[in-house]
Design a binder for this molecule. Structure first.
Ligand code: 5GP
Ligand code: MG
Length: 188
């Protein structure tokens, strides 16, 4: 079935089609390759769960560099509003001393999650820490943080698909779309 013919009824408009997402991933992978090509220490991609899992799985396959993969889960989000101080729910499996860390996020919004990780991870002695985010929503930023690799800057709208959820739904949509406000209004 063609992608266009199965747009979810809950999606107001598509922001990035499958084809556009593919182009974004290829561009970011090329940027990462250029920057890490000559590194001698290992590159560790850290997927921030759950939202990054689709992006990360495409990104690692587009990346022609030796790399390792691990995951963290940080909870600070309820419904469509970021809430309070993040807490680690799933931590890295191995020590990261001497490794180049690339934190892979689905979307940089208030900046709470990534500024928290930027604060705590240096204590574990990595060689470097950089941030890669598929989407960047700068209008809602409350922390002084920026990503080193950005797929696309988007306006202040709640988006779903390609790993991003609303109440655990829509992660499997192959595109990124703006969720109809009627889906979440009166529910928060
Ligand atoms: P931050 O800590 O930067 O406010 O938020 C980061 C997390 O909030 C993201 O990793 C994502 O899980 C969630 N988030 C922020 N904006 C959106 C959005 O528009 N749609 C969805 N589905 N999640 C979002
Ligand atoms: Mg996330």
């Amino acid at each position: 079935m063609k992608n266009e013919s199965c747009i979810s009824a809950d999606v107001e408009r598509v922001l990035f089609s499958e084809t556009q997402l593919h182009e974004i991933v290829e561009r970011i992978a090329a940027e990462i390759e250029r920057d890490y090509r000559d590194c001698t220490q290992p590159l560790l991609l850290v997927g921030i769960l759950k939202g990054s899992f689709v992006f990360l799985s495409d990104l690692v396959r587009a990346l022609h560099l030796p790399c390792r993969v691990d995951f963290m889960s940080v909870k600070s989000y309820n419904g469509t509003q970021s809430s309070g101080k993040p807490v680690i729910r799933l931590d890295l499996k191995e020590p990261i001393e001497g490794m180049h860390l690339l934190l892979v996020e689905d979307i940089l919004d208030s900046g709470n999650t990534l500024s928290f990780l930027r604060e705590i991870l240096p204590q574990r002695g990595p060689a470097s820490i950089k941030i890669c985010t598929l989407l960047d929503k700068p209008d809602r930023r409350t922390r002084d943080i920026h990503a080193d690799y950005v797929g696309a800057v988007i306006p202040d709208a709640f988006v779903v698909g390609y790993g991003l959820d609303y109440d655990e739904k829509y992660r499997n949509l192959p595109y990124v779309g703006v969720l109809k406000p009627s889906v979440y209004e009166h529910k928060e």
